[in-house]
Design a protein around this ligand. Structure first.
Ligand SMILES: Nc1ncnc2c1ncn2[C@@H]1O[C@H](COP(=O)(O)OP(=O)(O)OP(=O)(O)O)[C@@H](O)[C@H]1O
Ligand SMILES: [Mg+2]
Length: 299
């Protein structure tokens, strides 16, 4: 994760250099120093001085010289964090960032606060962390763009999650409220709750019903399938409300893997309740219920 002290010490010209590097990454794998100077419109000696600090603080990668024959730089994940956080602060979405709430395979979750004192959650999508093959297996969409970099994959993943959360809000599915997306960061409402896996369930039957009601809404109204539904991606608040999180891999109901993904999601819920509370839920009935062919679900 980005070093916040070093982030705070960055000046406008540093951001300008990072931002120019980011946009040039569409054209080059390693950005030549000359291009950074040209597009940032900052004096050469000033750029050289700032780049030295930016690489030392790991906002830019160390120059790659030998192979290329020229000095080439890349934005690092810290550099991307800095650009996204600065944009969110400048546009008044957040005021400060707080403690880390979670570490996923492909994300970091942090608490943040806005100028009104409202607490928010920031999800930093980080797709380079797991192998390309694993990502491909989990989310069909990496295949669509072969040379896509970790940077673009992370941004794409955040955009997917953000647009899913928006669609789900319109469908009145119980999820965190999406506030804003910038680059690879999704800002959403902070949920004070426990993952289903670790929650004490007083009334497991009504919790299971509530979860499946939301899966049905997701399918019938938002026309989406979560595709990674499990006891880790459902939060339960102290008042018993459930929220489904972690949506970047969701697919449309007409996606080729839709049926398989839906079956897997429902099986995960069924086995979670069998393990945690001895509740038996029928797969076929549940599938019919979620798809709207059954009006009520009896558990
Ligand atoms: N809006 C939120 N409010 C509070 N805590 C959250 C919120 N979103 C996520 N978390 C916490 O962070 C953890 C990780 O978040 P999430 O499941 O979205 O990503 P992930 O686990 O990295 O994804 P993956 O399943 O690919 O590993 C969650 O299990 C939860 O404990
Ligand atoms: Mg998760």
């Amino acid at each position: 994760m980005i070093n916040l002290k070093k982030f705070r010490a960055l000046e406008d010209d540093d951001f300008r250099i990072l931002s120019v590097t980011e946009s040039l990454m569409k054209r080059h794998e390693f950005i030549p120093l000359g291009e950074i100077i040209k597009f940032s419109e900052i004096r050469k000696d000033e750029v050289v001085f700032r780049i030295r600090n930016l690489t030392k603080d790991r906002f830019l990668s160390k120059p790659v010289r030998k192979i290329l024959g020229y000095e080439g730089y890349q934005l690092t994940s810290y550099g991307l964090d800095a650009l996204a956080l600065r944009a969110l602060v400048k546009s008044d979405v957040i005021d400060a960032i707080g403690k880390q709430l979670g570490v996923g395979k492909e994300s970091d979750i942090f608490e943040a606060i806005n100028s009104k004192g409202t607490r928010l959650a920031l999800k930093f999508h980080r797709l380079g962390r797991t192998s390309f093959r694993q990502t491909l297996r989990k989310r069909g969409f990496v295949a669509e763009q072969t040379q896509i970099s970790w940077l673009n994959q992370s941004k794409l993943s955040a955009e997917r999650e953000y647009s899913a959360l928006r669609a789900l809000a319109s469908a009145r599915v119980s999820t965190p409220k999406a506030v804003k997306c910038n680059r690879h960061i999704v800002v959403m409402s902070l949920i004070a709750g426990t993952e289903l896996k670790f929650a004490e369930m007083e009334d497991p039957k009504s919790i299971a019903k509530e979860i499946l009601r939301n899966v049905r809404r997701t399918y019938l109204r938002a026309k989406l399938i979560h595709s990674d539904l499990s006891e880790y991606n459902i939060l339960i608040k102290p008042d018993g409300q459930i929220l489904i999180i972690d949506w970047p891999q969701s697919v449309d109901i007409d996606h080729p893997n839709a049926h398989d993904n839906l079956c897997r999601d429902i099986r995960n819920i069924i086995s979670c309740f069998r393990r945690q509370s001895d509740l038996k839920i029928d797969l076929d009935n549940t599938l019919e219920y979620v798809k709207g062919n059954l009006r009520n679900l009896t558990i």
